[in-house]
Design a protein around this ligand. Sequence first.
Ligand SMILES: [Zn+2]
Length: 428
Amino acid sequence: MKRPSPRVVTALVVGALAIVALTVDLPSPRSAAPFAKVGADSAMAAVPAAPAWHERSDTLHAGETLSGLLARGGIGSEGIVHVLRAATGLDARRARAGMPVSLRTFGDDSVPSEVVFHLAIDRLIRVSRSGDSIWTGAEETLPWHVDTLTASGTVHANLYQALDDSASELLPANARAELAWSLGDIYEYKADMSRDLRDGDHFEVLFERKEGPGGIVRIGDVLAVRFALSGKEVDAVRYEASSGRAEYFDADGHSMRSAFLRAPLSFRRISSVFGRRKHPILGTWRSHKGTDYAANSGTPVRAIGDGIVIFAGKKGGYGNAIDIRHPNGYVTRYGHMRGFAKGIHSGTRVSIGQTIGYVGMTGLATGPHLHFEVIVNGVQRDPRAALRDKAGLPIPAAEKARFDTMRVTLLAQLDARIQVGSQRMASR
Ligand SMILES: [Zn+2]
């Protein structure tokens, strides 16, 4: 004999409360009508107005405790203990400032009957009172609706512009930026999306659009991409290995990752106003053989590959600079930094993507930016050339067959949808 799990019981209790709430929450159109319109002798006059729920929205202030918030909402000290005890899953000490909390009070009651802690847009804890002091709580996950969609774009200025031009009907602005960032992440070992794109570069992408509570739209997984990067086609397919870990591979089954990131700043950190062609003038430093990245002061700077810090300190016009020697002998240099990340000094071993410092304008710099160099055999080289074509590792043989099936399926799905989309465009 199996007893119902506490979760089921909680769900039933919450369900029952929800039904009660719904029943009384919906005022009938008649009782809501202005009384004066109904004749005094009408039978309607005898119908009492249904008591209503009053909802009060509050937020946890900085430095405030949850107890303080609940007290402000009209719950006594004993009740507060019960509410917080019932709100399992809510760590009172770690509740973040700004968390919305709603308190619902029934009719003329002086004490709320329900407290909802909004942990995230899709997650809440609802604590409800039955009787005078019995509080029960349950965590609820609000559903997201997931669609698989395609978008395509042609670059004239930058990735943002390409998506603004083509996907404005499909995605709100925040989601278009998110999709651009996802593409930047997938290709961050192949291209520096802030400066490697050429006019006319074109992409097609198969991705998940998640629509959440309140109509919020987010980008889920990007499943497949066809991208003509500087004129060269580089496809990327998301593959979830048998281990459950997901990674992107190109059409030949080579990992999209390699020994070096193509840029020392994440694409999502670079101000979108600086496009493919327009780079700000950052001064007239004469020995200028590197790449400048305009970014806000304080933007994290990352090591583009594994290596050892061989210099960290002040270096003339470079200001606060770091040199890293990589296993293949390349040295990368990062200059004008405001400061270094904790623990970074000469001799520190760093890994790819690790934050080593923060953008600033020390040394000869007229505005906040990162100066970046790749030095090969003691000579400064164009990073674009030096870091080109470092192919990733092939997918493990044991995964190859499964990957091939997935690749064919996803790319076919992408191509078919793009074709349907362009036919639809043509028939407009
Ligand atoms: Zn520079």
